[in-house]
Design a protein around this ligand. Structure first.
Ligand code: BGC
Length: 349
């Protein structure tokens, strides 16, 4: 039964109880009114890829809190990296008659049909952090992924890689962000005459594949000046494999997300940079947009543009990522409260 039909029935039930059972009815009528209040709230379904990577729990917590403060109810589902499971979860939200479905997709090319089903049922769809291709989504909200790649490249250039060699240990090839980051990174490398010795991808963002790659390609790894890692979780595995080979600190490593361990490695010197993406900002802005879409309002703001996802131009809210090095750790990560100083400098005397 759709939410609207349920709402009509619940109002009818309240009226019936109020007129026919007034003698016995005060508390009963009251409880049905309460039910109606809950039903009246905007209902948001949120589908996550998984919570393995540190940042996603923060995305979830901030989104849920912000949406609640704005008067909505949020139901969160976790697909644990399984595309078919994610499709089922979207289907479940469609059957529940959600007003909006917010999706962190596992595979950017796999959800066109699911989005169509949601849209046919009158539900708004937001692609959160990762673009969903060839689908009539109402919004794509993310950080500027090309800028993430550019910042990684620039950090290597600032550290003297010009004319050197690099290996890319990238994330899931099914994630649209991965190509955006790598293309922008490659542009900076080409401009600075850096040779990309090899590129590998970690399916499903599985970090163990990153260390396996290092062990299996150790001769090539020894020839490189830097390893561009798709995120900090991959960098964790790469740095520990490099440490075993006594190569940590000798080969520059990049990442993104500003995970606590990555920030620790940066101040300790085994990773040269990460990219800080203030996920609080992303999650809050997404909650704001979800409510606006549910109310049928137009999305407004300086950050609203469009992007072509293969189906046509779709609304795109783009936020700015920030490069983090040893030098600006305190002014970016510590002063924003993203991590605490004692935690970041835990192993540094
Ligand atoms: C996100 C990264 C994240 C990665 C793995 C990407 O789409 O942009 O922040 O580390 O997925 O979850």
């Amino acid at each position: 039964m759709s939410r609207k039909v349920r709402k009509i029935l619940s109002v009818a039930l309240v009226l019936l109880l109020a007129t026919s059972f007034s003698a016995c009815g005060r508390s009963e009528v009251q409880s049905n009114n309460d039910e109606e209040k809950v039903e009246d709230k905007i209902q948001i379904g949120m589908c996550f890829d998984s919570f393995v990577i540190e940042r996603w729990q923060r995305d979830r917590d901030v989104f849920v809190q912000a949406a609640k403060e704005m008067g909505a109810e949020v139901n969160v589902q976790n697909a644990n990296g399984d595309v078919e499971e994610q499709k089922k979860q979207i289907d479940y939200f469609i059957k529940k008659g959600m007003d909006v479905i917010v999706i962190v997709c596992i595979d950017s090319d796999a959800l066109a049909d699911s989005v169509k089903d949601a849209k046919d049922a009158g539900i708004k769809v937001i692609a959160y952090d990762r673009l969903i291709n060839n689908a009539d989504i109402d919004l794509y909200i993310s950080f500027d992924n090309e800028m993430v790649g550019t910042l990684m490249g620039q950090a290597l250039v600032d550290n003297g890689i010009k004319g050197g060699n690099v290996i890319i240990v990238g994330g899931s090839p099914a994630d649209n962000n991965v190509a955006l980051v790598e293309n922008a990174f490659t542009e900076v490398m080409n401009y600075n005459e850096v040779t990309i010795l090899d590129t590998t991808h970690c399916d499903g963002w599985r970090a163990e594949l990153a260390s396996e790659y290092i062990y299996d390609h150790i001769d090539q790894v020894k020839e490189c000046d830097a390893i561009m890692c798709g995120n900090d979780n991959l960098a964790s595995e790469v740095v520990s494999a490099l440490s075993v080979q006594r190569l940590a600190k000798k080969i520059m490593v990049t990442g993104q997300d500003a995970d606590l361990e990555a920030c620790q490695r940066i101040v300790e010197g085994t990773q040269i940079m990460t990219v800080y993406k203030p996920v609080e900002k992303l999650a809050r802005r997404a909650a704001e947009c979800a409510l606006a879409l549910a109310k049928g309002e137009e999305l407004i703001g300086d950050d609203v543009g469009t992007i072509d996802n293969g189906k046509g131009e779709v609304p795109y809210v783009k936020l700015e990522p920030i490069k983090v090095t040893k030098e600006n750790m305190d002014e970016t990560i510590i002063s924003s409260g993203f991590h605490m100083k004692e935690e970041v400098y835990l192993n540094v005397k």
